[in-house]
Design a protein around this ligand. Sequence first.
Ligand code: F6P
Length: 319
Amino acid sequence: MKTIGVLTSGGDSPGMNAAIRAVVRFGVRNNLRVIGIERGYCGLIDGAFREMNFPNVAGIMERGGTILRTSRCGEFYTKEGRAKAAEQLRSAGIEGLVVIGGEGSLTGAKLLYEEHKIPVVGIPGTIDNDISLTDMCVGVDTCLNTVVEAIQKLKDTATSHERAFIVEVMGRSSGYIALCAALATGAEAAIVPEIPIDWEKLSARLFEERKRGKINCIIVVAEGAGGAFHVAKNLENRIGYETRVSILGHIQRGGSPTAFDRILATRMGAEAVKALMEKKNCVMTALQLGRVVTVPIEEVLKEKKPLDMNLYQLAHLLS
Ligand code: F6P
């Protein structure tokens, strides 16, 4: 293998740049030519390629977002779009592709391999942590730190005014961000799509706590659980607090990556190039019990990542 490509696809996540840097530098150190593909699968279809080398990834590790830019590419969902993409790769002499992104991006990579035999390796990059067979995805840790900082600020206001805040976080159909943010801030409740809520029971508990003297209340709700306004409708006027809603939104996706994300992205970037050189086709890098390994993308996409019920119980036990 002489030439490989790298792209970022789907929602950006902090640490993607660190992964790009590692792919480029590990590739160059192993005598590979590395081509950067702009705007995810859309740029792949259009042939938006640029030569990457050691110096042009200098200073990008600490930057949020992705220097290659990204997209959610409708055309790549079609067979014709993927055929165009495969043709672009062939005519540029790109023999293997590293795809950094979430579940949709990995599905696209798998189809490119199945339909056109293009060797692909995925790196899980998404704030949602909804990809199975890996303990963590690139960007999750930074996102959680951003969310925790925001909730901490809301808690100051909640305490000063003796209010409840219903804080909506991202996560698509996963409750991971909501649950971990609730754990890390000692929130009164985490509302997640994976677990149905008994509104009677929850509002009675919050009301009891208020009567016992609690002066603030933080409820973290995952967007996939119906969102903050849905929760407010079910709890307002029943819990003894004046209530406010706060939707954190895309602030959760930006920012300089934490040390954890930089290191994870770097390890995964190098592992992805290694996997291509070793002809391990259609695999994803994964963090399992502290080690970065590769797992078949097919296995990854077979199951939904389950929410850790022990964490959920712990969060509520300790709140
Ligand atoms: O997958 C990352 C994510 O931020 C989800 O948590 C969220 O549902 C979605 O992307 C938002 O997508 P967009 O930026 O396209 O609105």
